[in-house]
Design a protein around this ligand. Structure first.
Ligand SMILES: Nc1ncnc2c1ncn2[C@@H]1O[C@H](COP(=O)(O)OP(=O)(O)OP(=O)(O)O)[C@@H](O)[C@H]1O
Ligand SMILES: Nc1ncnc2c1ncn2[C@@H]1O[C@H](COP(=O)(O)OP(=O)(O)OP(=O)(O)O)[C@@H](O)[C@H]1O
Length: 551
């Protein structure tokens, strides 16, 4: 269905090609996962499949992309849109209607379906992504994850022969991600829909796909059926990619067979004599990092807030955040995490209650008053990038605030976010992961006392997530970050605040919170696979390292 031969592509204004001799054939009904380090060319390759490149992009393309025997370069985008539906990496690049229903009906309307058929497709696709209650909602008022679900629904409503998805679950809560991916897998199986999907969260979806393609520096470096892909585990490690915890665990334990699912892993371990008799570890045996209870950097008292008068989004939040804490805000899409984060930088003010930042009530202050003390990175980094080069972007805040050595400060931030080599690039010509790191560097450059990051792991490979978080740990930054990434939260947060429908459902260290199955269920969270395995075996371990040590 898709045949790509010797494909090379160079973006306008670039000297070096982004794609370097791609050969790839995908059969009808296959479910193919494409992964690779940030900036290796995954999104660029996807844009080839619906003709955005070369028709909208300019640049220099050689080689061939055929979809259903149609050469994309010789076809028009209208025709290609009927063959291939592309879900964009950034929902804001895709959504253009003001109302959810119109957004989803747009595709089927243009395919000239009857009114009743369009209605049916709108209802069905909303149900598939768990958004039936939001049919008449305004798209601008949705949370990031809700927007991402609408983008997926709008493509499902068209039912193209090939569904191409660029990091479709990067902003979804773990339960939502599992449900949506399960639905996509069902469609793939039942309707023989061809799926091409780019994702860094491959540990959550590897068990669903038929085949994995790994890219690096514009080339395909591995193309293998899922049953064989992790025989090349060294490649995944060397490229800094995530792999399922079950695979990592069994590799470390010295097995040849590497299971993708917890149940398979347990079956295999059950055959091992003695593993159930390993004595239980006490939680206190672990070097569980204690929260540094210094001065409160943030004090939130009985905060209520609604974007509209009659609908409260935050409902009586009380929270103190202390110096040196790294707090992960977690919970279902739409539970109020970003809204709370915006209060911590004075971007939003409570309708009732108070927020104090370093002892100053935000009620009478604008966000600029806190600009040198609080650094906020939005969920969509594109909203923050406006300069001509990465370096200017990162230098802007220290220059604007009149700080002493903006050039040096920018240099340090560029280095700590590993984007020094991109400093002359225009931010808009970077990959999503690179843009996000630029946005983080642009606030890090003023060395704020408090860093607020809205989903800093989206679009990032494992290596860059670790580098970023290690930087905050090393510098003892006070950090509040919204995330759906349970492994990162467990590893790096000193404290987890779980939100549910505008209230705080749980607040504690990660080990306590992730043991509470009822809280996890209500907040659409899941225990990481290593923890699920450990608990089924009666062991008290939270990550692969600990489980390997015990087993
Ligand atoms: N519009 C553009 N103009 C010039 N260069 C671009 C443009 N878009 C992307 N690039 C460059 O092409 C390379 C690949 O980008 P691409 O978005 O395809 O990477 P990716 O693998 O999808 O990354 P990520 O995992 O961060 O989304 C990057 O180095 C980027 O700087
Ligand atoms: N500008 C807005 N106007 C009206 N309602 C909004 C606006 N922004 C968000 N909301 C609503 O407020 C609620 C909380 O949104 P918020 O973005 O804080 O959620 P979230 O927990 O960060 O979600 P996600 O995990 O999807 O990012 C959602 O129901 C959303 O629809």
């Amino acid at each position: 269905m898709i045949v790509i031969e010797d494909l090379w592509y160079t973006y306008p204004g670039r000297n070096e090609p982004t794609l370097r001799g791609i050969d790839l054939t995908i059969e009808e009904g296959e479910f193919v996962l494409i992964t690779g380090p940030t900036g290796c060319g995954k999104s660029t390759l996807l844009k080839m499949l619906n003709g955005i490149i070369p028709h909208e992009s300019g640049g220099e393309m050689t080689g061939k992309v055929n979809i259903n025997d149609v050469n994309t370069a010789d076809s028009c985008m209208m025709d290609l849109a009927q063959l291939t539906g592309l879900v964009f990496q950034n929902p804001d690049d895709q959504i253009f209607s003001t109302v959810v229903e119109d957004e989803i009906a747009f595709g089927p309307e243009n395919l000239c379906f009857s009114k009743s058929e369009i209605d049916r497709r709108v209802l069905d696709s909303l149900e598939m992504v768990g958004m039936s209650d939001h049919r008449y909602a305004q798209t601008s008022k949705l949370s990031g994850g809700q927007k991402q679900r609408i983008c997926i629904a709008s493509m499902l409503a068209m039912m193209p022969g090939i569904l191409v998805l660029d990091e479709p679950i990067s902003q979804l809560d773990p339960k939502g991600a599992a449900d949506v991916m399960h639905t996509i897998r069902e469609l793939n199986r039942k309707l023989d829909l061809t799926i091409v999907l780019v994702e860094h969260r491959l540990h959550e979806i590897a068990h669903l796909v038929d085949r994995i393609v790994v890219m690096d520096e514009g080339k395909i470096v591995l193309d293998a059926p899922i049953s064989k892909a992790f025989e090349h585990i060294g490649l995944f490690h060397s490229l800094g990619l995530r792999i399922p915890e079950t695979v990592e665990l069994f590799h470390r334990l010295g097995y040849d067979r590497l299971p993708l699912l917890v149940d398979d892993a347990l079956d295999m371990l059950g055959k091992q004599s003695g593993c159930n008799t390993v004595p239980l570890y006490e939680s206190s045996d672990y070097p569980n990092e204690q929260c540094n209870r210094g001065d409160p950097v943030i004090s939130i008292t009985d905060v209520w807030f609604g974007y509209e008068k009659d609908t409260m989004v935050l409902k009586g939040i009380d929270l103190d955040i202390h110096e040196g804490e790294r707090v992960a805000l977690m919970g279902t899409n739409g539970s109020g995490k970003s809204t709370l984060l915006l209060h911590l930088s004075a971007m939003l003010k409570p309708d009732k209650g108070s927020v104090e930042i370093m002892g100053i009530d935000t009620g009478s202050k604008g966000p600029y008053s806190f600009a040198s003390k609080v650094g906020l990175v939005f969920q969509n980094p594109d909203l923050m990038l406006f300069c001509d080069s990465v370096e200017e972007e990162v230098r802007f805040a220290p220059s604007n605030l009149g700080l002493e050595d903006p050039v040096q400060m920018a240099g340090n931030a560029l280095e700590s976010m590993s984007i020094l080599d991109l400093r002359l690039d225009p931010p808009q010509a970077l990959s999503r992961g690179q843009r996000l790191r630029t946005a983080v560097a642009s606030v890090l450059s003023v060395q704020p006392k408090l860093m607020l990051l809205d989903e800093p792991t989206t679009g990032q490979d494992k290596l860059h997530i670790e580098q970023m978080m290690e930087h905050f740990v090393k510098n003892d930054n006070t950090l509040v970050f919204c995330t759906h990434d349970v492994e990162t939260a467990i590893r790096y947060a000193t404290r987890i605040v779980v939100m549910n429908e505008g209230t705080v459902l749980a607040d504690g260290d990660s080990r306590g919170v992730f043991k509470d199955v009822e809280v996890l269920e209500r907040a659409s969270l899941k225990q990481p696979c290593a923890m699920q395995i450990a608990r089924s075996l009666g062991l008290d371990a939270f990550c692969v390292d600990e489980l390997v040590e015990i087993l």
